[in-house]
Design a protein around this ligand. Structure first.
Ligand SMILES: Nc1ncnc2c1ncn2[C@@H]1O[C@H](COP(=O)(O)OP(=O)(O)OP(=O)(O)O)[C@@H](O)[C@H]1O
Ligand SMILES: [Mg+2]
Length: 300
């Protein structure tokens, strides 16, 4: 029997997968989500969400997708890893994902390259523009591209996106773009003239505060089907978790997961400060904690 069933859960409460069902709407996550949805509705073009490692960007994107799935007038696609080697590959992948067949036969360097050959970059761009016009203007749909791990976008790929953002009618942009990335995305974007100016909504996700940490833990426990009428995590334990995790959702989740496994091993039913301190001590002794702190410093 799984450890979480022993404790009275239907599902694993602290899995690290970005499941929207376990998404706790902290004030910041809610502000980000609501504003992205408003920008999409107004077809304003570009939203950028920055956040340090493990602050909930991918989970937020899944929540956004869940919302968009409920709206019939949206056509969307998410790119999970935008490491494209060149413009051609990036554009080809966009066409494939939006199920657009590239119109071939444009003139390349004055020579008609005809059918059967690779579409040129111009072909790809034009096919994409035609698609965006057809969907956005003729069919009144909102075409949305979400890019997670956007800090991995190369300069060339950012330039592709900049060009796509130029496709517009008098009233709105034909492609809606949502970029979610780690903090270095900021400096990448700042280095590209005309990109930064185009952002209509920008936001940075910060770690949670103490109350939110507590609420997130309670929320996930409830979502996983825990119904017993007692506090599984004592306040003193949450305080330790907050201090160690500094409110970073991934660290909170990992620590809570370990704490519950420990509870079962020890045949206990409540997580107290002692259990959490023990787990943190183990991490420090094993050397992982130190490395983690270094990694964190680098990410600022
Ligand atoms: N608002 C939230 N509510 C509940 N759990 C969350 C929330 N935000 C993040 N988490 C949890 O924290 C973990 C990390 O979240 P996520 O993968 O979304 O972070 P990230 O910002 O995309 O990290 P990275 O920069 O490494 O890609 C996941 O296990 C996720 O379930
Ligand atoms: Mg992520």
């Amino acid at each position: 029997m799984s450890y979480f069933k022993v404790l009275g859960f239907n599902k694993e409460p602290f899995s690290t997968s970005p499941d929207p069902e376990f998404f706790y709407l902290s004030k910041e996550h809610e502000t980000a989500l609501t504003n992205i949805l408003i920008e999409l509705r107004l077809k304003r073009g570009l939203s950028v969400i920055l956040g340090d490692v493990g602050t909930g960007k991918t989970t937020l994107s899944r929540k956004l997708i869940q919302e968009l799935k409920e709206r019939e007038d949206f056509i969307f696609h998410i790119i999970l890893d935008p490491s494209f080697e060149n413009e051609h590959l990036f554009l080809t992948s966009l066409l494939r994902n939006f199920e657009i067949s590239p119109a071939r036969g444009n003139f390349s360097n004055g020579v008609n390259i005809g059918n059967g050959s690779q579409p040129t970059i111009l072909d790809l761009r034009e096919s994409l523009e035609r698609f965006l016009f057809q969907k956005g203007v003729t069919e009144n749909k909102t075409v949305t591209l979400i890019i997670d791990e956007a800090q991995k976008l190369s300069e060339d790929s950012l330039e592709v996106l900049r060009v796509l953002l130029n496709y517009e009618t008098n009233e709105f942009k034909l492609l809606q773009l949502v970029l979610l990335g780690q903090l270095e995305l900021h400096s990448k974007i700042m280095n590209i003239p005309n990109f930064f100016d185009r952002i209509s909504f920008k936001y940075t996700l910060n770690p949670l505060d103490f109350d939110e940490t507590k609420e997130m833990i309670q929320f996930r426990i409830k979502q996983a089907g825990y119904t017993a009428n007692m506090h599984l995590f004592l306040d003193e334990a949450v305080r330790e978790i907050y201090q160690y995790s500094r409110g970073y959702p991934r660290r909170i989740t990992l620590l809570c997961h370990k704490a519950l496994k420990n509870l079962v091993l020890k045949n206990k039913f409540v997580v107290d400060a002692g259990i959490i301190r023990e787990l943190i001590d183990e991490e420090i002794k094993s050397g992982w904690h130190k490395r983690d702190l270094l990694a964190q410093k680098n990410s600022y």
